[in-house]
Unconditional design. Structure first.
Length: 439
């Protein structure tokens, strides 16, 4: 999935430009400011003062915020009430600025924002998207304009609506908010180190949209070219090929690994190898059973051990921050599959030593990855007596026929489809459990 982060001060035109880009590119637009405004509306309705941080925190558990897309437009719901039109007032804007500086509020909304980026191509605007919410965004734009230009634009908008406003009051309000947003301790407004700054002070709306689109197109094109150069034959290193040729037979012999169904191995194209998971040695059992190199996600802590880090990297492992919905790891996996390599995954999510895999829970992450990558899946059953690895105990790797992407019957994705796909994969894995048994 592609993530585009647009940050900048109030009144810079982030929302307008982000909406236009999202429509043009076919991405989902996420207005994070609207999310904080919705929380601010709740606090205002409850009579909580903007100075009462403790009151904001105490009322937070009762806030129910939902973001829905209706006819392609983002709609905000507060406690089941659609409030999209009620959050666009100066008072609620002030509340939004205040609540967004409360750490517990940001934690409360953090998962909502990141989950949207994990499951969709998104354009997300705010004040800390590129620095905090999506630090691994593919494109980061810091959209700005002089306070005077922003004040005049706001005055023009309000006058067009028939309101009588003072330019000086609007300018003072903008400068006050800039100071508050830039000076706060939590997620202050600032450009990410790798963001492209776009100053629209002298540009009209059409020119601003065109300039932002050029940044997006040029950045994505450059990253795609760099990625192809870096990944081409990267993991087919001399060390890995040497190890595959000379060490794999020795490992198979010493570990007593026997492989069935090698004729089913898909010899080219993107592929997700899915197997049941009993122990860490499953990784090695699979590696020596396939002709092509398998790539694996490995917990990031392993990469802090110098020699081990070098070894597992050479063997094709890459890091994941487990339990955080690691967006960077997801993108890395999709990039590997885009380069038509193989990624090994375990639908159970974790090891289950001594437990019949049929009795374990299956995570839907595999289904999500299949949907996004459109890769085929190779089911594999790793059979070990009593599902416990022991020295000299025979390990059997049964490779099943690939499940073609079309068999999953995806329509629009979503959790239910991911769960159904993961179940299909694991059912195919379990169907292999009795194949190849010695008579």
């Amino acid at each position: 999935m592609i993530g585009i982060a647009i940050d900048g001060p109030s009144g810079a035109g982030k929302s307008t430009i982000a909406k236009a880009l999202a429509k043009d590119l076919g991405y989902i637009y996420v207005d994070t400011g609207a999310i904080y405004r919705t929380v601010g509306l709740y606090m205002q309705r409850k009579g909580v003062s903007t100075e009462d941080k403790e009151g904001i925190e105490n009322n937070l558990p009762d806030v129910k915020v939902e973001l829905k897309y209706e006819d392609g437009e983002q709609k905000m719901y507060l406690c089941d009430e659609e409030v999209s039109g009620l959050i666009r007032t100066p008072l609620i804007a002030k509340y939004a600025s205040v609540v967004s500086a409360v750490p517990k509020v940001r934690e409360f909304l953090f998962d909502m924002q990141r989950s949207l980026a994990r499951e969709n191509n998104v354009i997300m605007d705010g004040r800390d998207i590129g620095t905090v919410i999506l630090p691994d965004a593919d494109v980061k734009i810091f959209l700005t304009a002089s306070a005077e230009a922003r004040a005049q634009r706001r005055v023009d908008q309000l006058v067009e609506k028939g309101e009588t406003v003072s330019y000086d009051d609007i300018l003072a309000s903008i400068k006050e908010r800039d100071a508050r947003d830039s000076g706060r301790d939590v997620a202050p407004l600032k450009a990410a180190d790798d963001a492209v700054t776009l100053d629209t002070s002298a540009l009209n709306l059409e020119e601003s949209i065109a300039a932002a689109k050029k940044i997006v197109v040029d950045t994505l094109s450059k990253k795609k070219s760099e990625s192809k150069v870096k990944t081409k034959d990267k993991n087919k290193s001399g060390f890995y090929m040497w190890a595959r040729k000379y060490l794999a037979p020795i490992i198979k012999f010493c570990m007593r690994v026997k492989t069935y169904g090698s004729e089913n191995e898909q010899e080219s194209g993107a592929l997700i190898v899915c197997a049941n998971h009993t122990a860490m040695l499953d990784v090695l059992s699979l590696a020596v059973s396939f002709k092509r190199q398998l790539r694996y996600l490995a917990k990031k802590e392993l990469f802090k051990i110098p020699l081990l880090s070098q070894l597992i990297t050479a063997l094709g492992a890459y890091a994941v921050d487990r339990g955080t919905g690691d967006v960077a790891a997801i993108k890395k996996t999709l990039s590997i599959l885009e380069d038509e390599e193989i990624v090994a995954m375990f639908p159970q999510g974790t090891r289950h030593k001594g437990v019949d895999p049929a009795l374990t829970e299956v995570k839907h992450g595999v289904g999500m990855m299949v949907y996004r990558s459109k890769a085929d899946v190779q089911p594999v059953f790793v059979r070990v007596k009593n599902y416990k690895y022991r020295f000299l105990r025979k390990k059997e790797v049964i490779i099943g026929k690939p499940i073609r992407y079309e068999e999953f019957g995806f329509t629009n994705g979503g959790k239910e489809e991911y769960e159904r796909a993961a179940k299909l994969v694991f059912d195919r894995i379990l169907a292999l459990r009795y194949e190849g048994l010695d008579k």
